[in-house]
Design a protein around this ligand. Sequence first.
Ligand SMILES: C[S@@+](CC[C@H](N)C(=O)[O-])C[C@H]1O[C@@H](n2cnc3c(N)ncnc32)[C@H](O)[C@@H]1O
Length: 312
Amino acid sequence: MPSLLSNRLTRRILRPAAALVDKRIQRSASGLRTDLETLRREAKELREQQTELRNQQYAVGLLFDRTGRSGHRVPSPAEINGLVREIAAVSGEDGGLARRNVTIAFRNVIALESLAVGRLAGSTSNILGKLSTVPLLKPPNENVLEIGTLHGLFAATLMRMLHRAGVEAELTIVDPLVGSQLQPGAGMGAEPTGTPVREDVVRANLALGGRAGAEARVQQGFSGDPKVRSAVSDRKYGVIIVDGDHSAEGVASDLEWVEEIVAPGGIVVLDDFGDRSWPGVQEAAEKHLASGTSRLELLGRVSTSAFLRARA
Ligand SMILES: C[S@@+](CC[C@H](N)C(=O)[O-])C[C@H]1O[C@@H](n2cnc3c(N)ncnc32)[C@H](O)[C@@H]1O
């Protein structure tokens, strides 16, 4: 039997319908082509955006990562919230003030460490804790002593934090500054910055601390040396940062000296208290405070620093 389609009449009858089907197929084929082109264009744009974001992230990483310093500078929200709680508890101030100080301290750390010769020592949390808490404890006078400065950058940053709280400090620093960090009994690894621990470096960094930094008195030598002690025991200090010899004997000796030179109501910051790398700090401090003869009382701890106040 001849096929229906071979019949001319049938073909003529079906032609409009076939044309319609053809048109529909063409239209959906071209629609598919357009969809595909759109998808390709969007995929290309996404790839470009991803590359740009990766490059941006890399550049931000260069500003905040651990290369050339003691650790990364990327605190998590949980770390900052924890710091705020600890600072508020130690200082008795409200959380809003503590958070403002931590935020401003963080900006200063990033700005100054970016410009510095050398680095700040310690974890970001510990550095921020010290910088934020000291001004909130309202030191009784403007005299500040730092025992152990390394590159002088913490002292410079603290000068800025005190200045913004209205205190233009008179800074004294004691450090042997013999070219590298000294820690009796502890094997010090290579300095991550490659920068020497020298007075010219300390001076370059102190210049970032405003007038108080630029005019700082730098006493080269060991805090246990009687000549060094006598050279800087000419005043009572409102703030003393103890961050030199971290052995139990070294901290005990520094605390004995601190008792003599701290002003009534003065603040003493014991760095690396509770830090497992430096067990001698907590050991010596607890022994000293338990002696019953100390003028110092423990206010509390922020990160790995203990804050003490001298009784009036
Ligand atoms: C941990 S670093 C100080 C870090 C600095 N305070 C900071 O926050 O960036 C310790 C410094 O104390 C110095 N040092 C060691 N023994 C000392 C002593 N008996 N007296 C004074 N400084 C000492 C070290 O050479 C080093 O420069």
